[in-house]
Design a protein. Structure first.
Length: 182
């Protein structure tokens, strides 16, 4: 019995998988500095996905699932990595003890921008792929899903915005000072 032939074929498959993984990582590394193009590609992919849903008049559950997943990713993007309420309690204790520390504390996201984009691209591609199989076309009354998603989005964003206002942090670069070299 010749095990070398089987060994070579499995090594060939593993080697090919590693090569494809390295190629995938190479293209991810090349795309990393191009923020606008990355987000434009996601927007284009989402528009293509929505056209697929609207023109096929199906796969509403897949679309709803993608929406919920993207909402959860967006919340991770907006949420600070460290609990802001604990930091504020520490600051209050320091002030009460008479220790004045004006320490700079940068905003660190729970989900970094690149991971958010990468997860969104992968989820959108997967959902687009699922729309080619009729088993995932579960018959539902889509306006109910749409209304439920809008209500869920509004309530979640209201809670997040109230948290941002209460603890005085801005997770986006909108309205922040930008310093340039002279």
């Amino acid at each position: 019995m010749d095990l070398n032939g089987d060994e070579r074929s499995s090594n060939g498959v593993v080697g090919e998988a590693q090569r494809l993984k390295a190629l995938y990582q190479y293209y991810l590394d090349q795309a990393t500095p191009h923020v606008k193009y990355r987000w434009a590609s996601l927007a284009g992919l989402l528009v293509l996905f929505m056209f697929r849903i609207v023109f096929s008049q199906g796969w509403y559950v897949v679309c709803y699932s993608l929406g919920i997943y993207l909402l959860s990713q967006f919340l991770g993007f907006l949420t600070p990595k460290f609990d802001v309420s604990l930091q504020q309690n520490e600051q209050n204790e320091e002030l009460e003890a008479g220790e004045m520390t004006d320490e700079f504390r940068p905003f660190i996201r729970r989900l970094p921008e690149f991971k958010f984009w990468h997860n969104a691209i992968r989820a959108t591609v997967l959902c687009f792929f699922l729309t080619f199989f009729s088993i995932f076309d579960i018959p539902v009354f889509w306006p109910i899903l749409l209304i439920y998603f809008i209500v869920l989005f509004a309530l979640t964003m209201r809670k997040q915005i109230n948290h941002m206002i209460k603890y005085k942090y801005v997770p986006l670069d909108i309205g922040k000072k930008k310093y340039t070299q002279k």
